[in-house]
Write a protein that binds this ligand. Structure first.
Ligand SMILES: [Zn+2]
Length: 328
């Protein structure tokens, strides 16, 4: 009897252990699908420009993590195994869309197929007809670099607030209030950018950079834009393209060209050398944040700081006058 009991006990323990082991993954996946009642819930974003805006809207209610860091090119970025784990474990996912994160598409589609909210922040901007710019190379691809125009990017703020409010309705009011406060800052930043760029002498309002990331900025703030590489850094700039741009720089007497933190600078340096050979001195006017923000924890590591840096650097290098939005 004693033996039987202990056998029963050990079997029960064994059984229990087996049950616990087989249940463990299910249990943890169940807690991840709690309907927003648990705080902080987890949000995973692709590029820093989105991560920062989502943090501003979510406040303390969510842990927000970005996958693509400073100085990293999202056009070429391949998700790592740890990214896939983070995306699978997230309660909500935000990405830019318009093929910016071209090599992440499969993973994002797979994560979305599980039913969790996976949102492209450019969605609302897509609905605003006449806003998005097509690439003029006949590829019919839409230009994904929407964050370069602050008023355009601010259209993503309510999309984020609505998504958070739908997920965590108890705190909907907070999300909408946070979004409103942040959008007001963006409005002031947009006004600063307009005012700063307008101080550039008219014949010098030309922005030459490593790749075509600045078309929205050009349209919003009245600057002609020339990128060496096409809309994605996946295409290599040809020698002919470089020669054409050197002609353009020399003929227009452009004083400065710009490098980007997330794109190799060899093409821009080739432009400087090319212009020099034609007896026109053009300088590198500074390093711009195109598709990635600055270091985390610094001012340039925020969306506002990134744009402020770009606008102020471009304005001053092209002969205008800007003191910086922060000091404004
Ligand atoms: Zn780009």
């Amino acid at each position: 009897m004693k033996f039987e009991l202990s056998t029963f006990k050990s079997m029960a323990l064994l059984g229990l252990a087996v049950v616990v082991a087989s249940c463990a993954p299910e249990t943890s996946s169940q807690t991840e699908v709690v309907d927003g009642a648990e705080h902080p819930y987890k949000i995973v974003c692709t590029v820093g420009m989105i991560t920062d805006v989502v943090r501003n809207v979510a406040g303390d209610y969510a842990e927000v993590e970005g996958l693509i860091g400073e100085g990293v090119d999202p056009h070429l970025y391949k998700p790592t195994r740890s990214d896939v784990v983070k995306l699978s474990g997230a309660d909500l996912v935000f990405y830019n869309g318009l093929l910016l994160e071209g090599k992440m598409t499969d993973v994002l589609v797979r994560v979305a197929s599980t039913g969790k909210p996976v949102k492209a922040v450019t969605e609302a901007i897509l609905e605003a007809t006449d806003y998005l710019m097509e690439k003029d190379d006949g590829s019919e691809h839409t230009d994904p670099h929407v964050w370069m125009d602050v008023s355009g990017w601010s259209k993503a703020v309510p999309v984020i607030a609505q998504t958070l409010a739908a997920y965590d309705s108890a705190n909907a009011e907070t999300y909408h209030a946070n979004a409103k406060a942040y959008a007001a800052k963006l409005e002031a930043l947009d006004a600063y950018a307009k005012k700063a760029m307008a101080t550039i002498p008219e014949n010098q309002r030309v922005l030459v950079t490593a790749h075509d990331a600045f078309n929205y900025l050009g349209r919003a703030y009245g600057v002609e834009v020339r990128g060496i590489q096409g809309i994605s850094t996946e295409s290599e700039a040809g020698v002919r393209d470089l020669e054409d741009l050197v002609d353009f720089i020399v003929n227009k007497e452009i004083p400065a060209v710009f490098v980007e933190t997330s794109v190799a600078d060899k093409n821009v340096r080739a432009l400087v050398e090319g212009a020099k050979a034609r007896k026109h001195a053009v300088i590198i006017g500074g390093e711009l944040f195109s598709d990635a923000m600055g270091q985390a924890g610094t001012y340039e590591g925020t969306y506002i700081g990134m744009i402020d840096h770009n606008v102020t650097t471009i304005t001053n290098a092209l002969g205008g006058h800007a003191e910086g939005f922060e000091k404004h």
